[in-house]
Structures are given as structure tokens and as C-alpha cells.
Design a binder for this molecule. Sequence first.
Ligand SMILES: O=C(O)CCC(=O)C(=O)O
Ligand SMILES: [Fe+2]
Length: 406
Amino acid sequence: MDHRTRKRIREAKSKARPELETEINGWHRFNYANTFDCGLHTVCDNVDRIDARFVSIEEFRERYEKTYTPCVIANDQLEWPATKKWSTHRLSKKFRNQRFKCGEDDDGYSVKLKMKYFAEYMHDNTDDSPLYIFDSGYGEHPKRKRLLGDYDVPKYFKDDLFSYSGEGRRPPYRWFVMGPARSGTGIHIDPLGTSAWNALVKGYKREEGGKQRDEAVSWFTYVYPKIKSPSWPKEFAPLEILQGPGETVFVPGGWWHVVVNLEDTIAVTQNFCSVVNFPIVWHKTVRGRPKLSKKWYKTLKRERPEVAEVADKVDLKQPTGFNSDSSSSGSSSSSSSECSTCESSDDETQSKSRKRKRTVSNRSRSITPNGTVHDSLRRRRSYSSDSSGGSKTTGRSISSTPKNCR
Ligand SMILES: O=C(O)CCC(=O)C(=O)O
Ligand SMILES: [Fe+2]
């Protein structure tokens, strides 16, 4: 690593995590680079896998979306140029001098690094919880928007009702995500009741959460062993996923989740509002983003009158019964970066400057040497009564392969 690269990285790190700069050995304090157990052999992968080639949109909707049941979608990236183009090497050539967001400073401003510097850092760092690219601006940037051509929104998620709120106005909804081992996303619920898909193109992940810092790696170190211990009530056992390259995780709204990368990973994730989660998302948007909701409603009325009718029927005085508070942001391993994950508080500023909050929840993901990622999801009981609460369904084209489950 040359002098300039080191300097740029040092600057980015001190902006993104100033609190670590004042600690002795702040970035290496826990020596996770040598001690972090990625848990490959203890992961209990207990989430359904479906094959995108055989499961229809209708079947997916009935089985997973409507029941708010997480699942892993396989074989959906077969045609994606990203599978070839998204290697650290190729990206660092193609986007060499493009700056990607890898954190946020204390005033909420993006901390960015040129791809060429970040790629070097990926391969050569021993930080406990390294910087993580979590960039939502690429779609509007003249050069970075070339990434859009490398992947396709999965067929199950094409009808995103937030598109009717206006591309420039809608809350951030898509993120290019790239980071080394031990980076990840602290425990959180995604914002505004939205659901998400997260497509891992390269690498392996795993997660943990905790109150040390709201970092995934700490969660996995301190909290995960507790929830896996025999004394932990079975009814609160988490869902866990080892997500590999080529796999796309469906995270229904309201689920706590925490994700950790087990090695270098490259992924894309989008949050969406569909006809299924619309009543909840509408409720939260009216309360959290009132101005936006008014403009959104106008367009819906014109373009999707049947959805506007649903909006008319939502009782805004009743609580949604859906998780909406005390979630964390921490979509990067640094506790301060932007995320698709921050739950909305009821104010209009939320989507612009993502607030950091300490978390109480999480999802995690990890990867194995043979290309699997591990994801751990847990739903709060208060979530919603019509949900299956993580129960599994199996059937044609759907397999569930519990491993190491107690
Ligand atoms: O891949 C990750 O780090 C998880 C991302 C996530 O959960 C989110 O963006 O909400
Ligand atoms: Fe999330």
C-alpha cells in the first residue's frame, strides 16, 4: 500500500469512526482479525431455499410475501453480467477514480473513498470492524450508474410502489454493497416497513450484534453465542442463513436482522413497497414522511387507483403492530454509515440523513469457503399476527436444509 493510499484510508477512517481514533489501538482493540470465529461449522441454516426458475411470482407471493416469511432465492442471478464483472479487481479498474460512500461522519455527511483505495484496503486490513461500501447514490451518478446494467431486479420484486412517489423524491432504496471480512450490518429493521432483497454476487458473510458498538462483528461475538446456548428459549431461536454467491435473500418488513461478511463480498440490495406490504408502508410513510406521502398519494390515485383505495382504508389512528422503533441503523460495520436499514422515526428528515441508533435487533449473514453466506433473522413477537413467525414451508422447488441445528 503506497503512501497516498494509506493517507486516504486513514482520513476516511478517522471521519467515519472518530471515536476509535481517540482510543488506544481503537481499530484493532479486539484483535478480531485473528480471533473472530466466523462460525462456519456451527451455523444453523434453517431458511427455505427456492429456485427462481421454478417458483412463480404468484407462488412466491402466497408462500413468502404474504406470510412475511424470509427465504433464500437461488438461480436468480444466472444472467447477470455482475457475476463476471463484479470482482474487486475488475471494479477497481472500471471505477478506479470513482468515489463510493463507505461511512458517514458525525454531522451526517458521507465519507467516500475512491474505488482504487478501497479495493486495496479490502485486501489489506486487519481492522476489527472494517469500513464497508454502502452506496445508494450510484444510480444517479454519470459513471457509477453503469452498475445498474449489471443486475436485474428479481421478478418477484418488480412492482415497487415507491416508484410512484418520484425517483428524485423517494427515500433511498438501492445500495451497492462491498466490504471485507468482518464488515457488516448491525442489528436493525429496515425503514418504513419496507421489505428487501439482498443479492450476494461475490463472497461470504456472517453477522453478530451487541451493545459494545453496534457492529455486526461484535454482535456475533457476544450475542450470538448466547442465543445459541441451550438455555436460550427455543421459541426465540433465530433464523440463520449462510448465504453464498448467487443467492438472494428476501427479508420481509419488520424482521430484525444482522449481517457479517466472512470474506470479501460484493452485493446489491433494494428495499421496496409492494401491494402486500403497502398498508404498513403507507401508514409509516404518512406518519414519518407526511409531505412525501401526499405527493405519492396523488400519483397513486392517477396511476394505481386500486392502491390509492387501499390507502384510503388504512386506519392511521391505529398502530401498525409492526416493528418500527428502537432499531439500529449501522448498515455498515462502522456504526455510523448510511444504510437501507435505519428504521424511520416519525420525522421527515429520516431518509436524507440516516440517523444512527443503537440497536436492539439484527440480521446476520456469513459466507463459507464453498460460497455460502450466513444470515440470521429474528422476528419480534409483536410483529404481526398473520405472520408465520419463521415457520418453514417446504414443497416443490423449495428445500430446507437444516445444518447443525440444535
Ligand atoms: O449486506 C448487508 O450488510 C446487509 C444490508 C441490510 O440489511 C440493509 O441494507 O438493510
Ligand atoms: Fe436490512
